[in-house]
Design a protein around this ligand. Structure first.
Ligand SMILES: NC(=O)c1ccc[n+]([C@@H]2O[C@H](COP(=O)([O-])OP(=O)(O)OC[C@H]3O[C@@H](n4cnc5c(N)ncnc54)[C@H](OP(=O)(O)O)[C@@H]3O)[C@@H](O)[C@H]2O)c1
Length: 261
């Protein structure tokens, strides 16, 4: 066993890029990864808030660096991957977590611009990141990628339809990339959360007219905190998840399994 940790959830020495990790779910994942020994790249559009999180993780004994990048801009993702390799020597784990939703309303009224922004920042950016990072993972013998989908991607919606389509697309993207890169030892999975109490979903959980009926329909009778997502993110990145690929894990407290009957 020498040289190999006996802990299936150990991430010691693994290099993990987590996009959108200055706040919310991404921050929780990056923090828990650092606690498991991973060397993490904190990334978002805002360099200062990334640096604050990276400093906090280093202060707690972790290894973290801040590298700002807008996921909708390919050149910035190229720099994110190149700077990660320059700083840590390679990449083992990619968490494509940052996403946007600039449009609330029926699909009948969406502008081409809003549609393109959603598809660009949520879907094409994830393909860009995968195509940039996976060759770096493959040269280290493999790795793990994790895309943040949503339960919105599993059903229809009157209000966030374009966002939902982007989250469905990530489930398909994970499957095809898993088939393509499996022979190189790279696993690709999604997590589909229900409502998580972050800034992103504040309009949902801060509004009792939406939050209260949702909580009543949720088997566990509450909404999620960011840490509710982090455990599965460790599992999917670590040796514990070594034979899991192309899958989507729903973390929603049971809201999608209740027929309401
Ligand atoms: N919260 C929920 O209820 C929920 C449910 C299902 C799925 N999700 C998914 O979970 C993921 C994370 O959401 P969250 O709730 O944790 O959001 P959040 O708390 O608002 O955090 C979003 C993070 O992404 C960064 N970000 C936003 N736009 C970016 C861009 N264009 N480029 C790079 N970074 C960007 C933000 O920092 P800056 O603004 O400084 O860039 C921040 O670090 C998203 O994919 C979301 O779709 C969330």
């Amino acid at each position: 066993m020498r040289g190999m940790s006996d802990d299936l959830f150990d991430l010691a020495g693994k290099v993990a890029i987590v996009t959108g990790s200055s706040r919310g779910i991404g921050r929780a994942i990056a923090t828990r990864y650092a606690q498991r020994g991973a060397r993490v790249v904190i990334s978002s559009r805002d360099a200062a808030s990334c640096e604050t999180v990276a400093q906090e993780l280093r202060g707690a004994g972790g290894d973290a660096v801040a590298i700002a990048a807008h996921v909708g801009k390919r050149v910035q993702l190229e720099a994110l991957v190149a700077q990660t390799v320059a700083h840590f020597g390679g990449i083992d784990i990619l968490v494509a977590n940052a996403a946007v939703n600039p449009y609330y309303g029926p699909l009948a009224g969406i502008t081409d611009d809003a549609w393109d922004r959603i598809m660009n920042s949520n879907v094409r950016s994830t393909l860009w990141l995968a195509n940039l990072a996976f060759p770096r993972m493959a040269e280290r013998g493999g790795g793990a990628a994790l895309f943040l989908s949503s339960i919105a991607g599993l059903s229809g919606t009157n209000v966030i339809g374009a966002y939902a389509v982007s989250k469905t697309a990530l489930i398909g993207l994970a499957r095809s990339l898993a088939v393509e890169w499996g022979p190189h030892g790279i696993r690709v999975n999604c997590i589909a959360p229900g409502i998580v109490k972050t800034d992103f979903a504040r309009a949902l959980w801060d509004n009792p007219e939406i939050a209260e009926p949702t909580i009543r329909r949720t088997a566990l009778r509450r909404l999620a905190d960011p840490d509710d997502i982090a455990g599965a993110a460790i599992y999917l990145a670590a040796r514990a998840g070594a034979f899991v690929t192309g899958q989507t894990i729903v973390i929603d407290g049971g809201v999608t399994i209740d027929t309401g009957m």
